[in-house]
Design a protein around this ligand. Structure first.
Ligand code: NAD
Length: 244
């Protein structure tokens, strides 16, 4: 039997990059997938895609209600929507701190709390949050982003403890620099994108960017009953960068 047979999975930010790979991987495993994204038109038409802004409570509540109405259940929530921020603490103003935290951190609380009543009824409930290598490696000139992704790890542990006895497991993935449209946009803005890409590859311990599929496989494991004894932890998919 496929690992996610009959299950319904919500994937935020599932219209691009890592989220799109996660949505495809869960669907491959038999899940019915709802993508919540600012740009639902970019999602694979095989999924049920809805416009939703994780930074907006009313938008999230409406989207989760629509998913529940369509499928009658929600078993898996993947909180993957996130944005980057460059610079040191001298570079981002209060509005930018509030904006990034509202998407990367509070967004997880909004989506997960809206889905809680459905997760509590699932025989196989799991939440997976996308953190980042930034949370553990301390990348330079990424203070705000790093703080937000560190908060994702702490929130993951807190949610795991709070909902353990309700049968809801909560884990995270920490991707290293991954080959997604986000990273492509950053490379394209460089003077010499090809040289920049080569340099970026060379900075990875295994000499290349992480593939979104590798992250999606880790998420699929954490979302499936195969990881039934695993909660409150994170899997690094970073080519070993965290350990170096
Ligand atoms: P991406 O920009 O390719 O895709 C992000 C998706 O999230 C887009 O479809 C976008 O529309 C959606 N999104 C953004 N803000 C949203 C909001 N407020 N509400 C709903 N949807 C929203 O990015 P990606 O590289 O695939 O990154 C996905 C996640 O992985 C992010 O949380 C990011 O922090 C994390 N991550 C990425 C990398 C990397 O190198 N690409 C590394 C570590 C962690």
């Amino acid at each position: 039997m496929p690992e996610f047979d009959n299950l319904v999975a919500v994937v935020t930010g599932g219209a691009s990059g890592i989220g799109a790979a996660i949505a495809a991987r869960l669907a491959e495993g038999g899940a019915r997938v709802a993508v919540l994204d600012l740009n639902p038109a970019d999602a694979d038409p095989a999924h049920f895609a809805l416009e939703a802004n994780v930074a907006d409570r009313a938008s999230v509540d409406a989207a989760i209600a629509t998913v529940a109405e369509k499928f009658g259940r929600i078993d898996v929530v993947v909180n993957n929507a996130g944005i980057g921020a460059q610079g040191t603490i001298a570079d981002n103003d209060d509005d930018e701190w509030a904006r990034v935290f509202s998407i990367n951190v509070t967004g997880i609380a909004r989506v997960s709390s809206a889905a809680l009543p459905w997760l509590r009824q699932s025989p196989s409930a799991a939440i997976v949050n996308t953190s980042s290598i930034a949370a553990t490696a301390g990348l330079p000139a990424r203070a705000l982003y790093t703080a937000s992704k560190g908060a994702v790890l702490s929130l993951t542990r807190a949610m795991a403890a709070d909902h353990l006895r309700e049968g809801i497991r909560v884990n995270a993935v920490n991707p290293g620099t991954a080959d997604t449209p986000w990273v492509a946009r950053l490379l394209d803005s460089a003077d010499d994108p090809e040289a920049e890409r080569a340099a970026l590859n060379a900075r990875q311990p295994h000499g290349r960017l992480v593939s979104p599929q590798e992250v999606a496989d880790a998420v699929a494991y954490l979302a499936s009953p195969r990881s039934g004894s695993t909660t409150g932890t994170a899997i690094a998919v970073d080519g070993g960068m965290q350990e170096l």
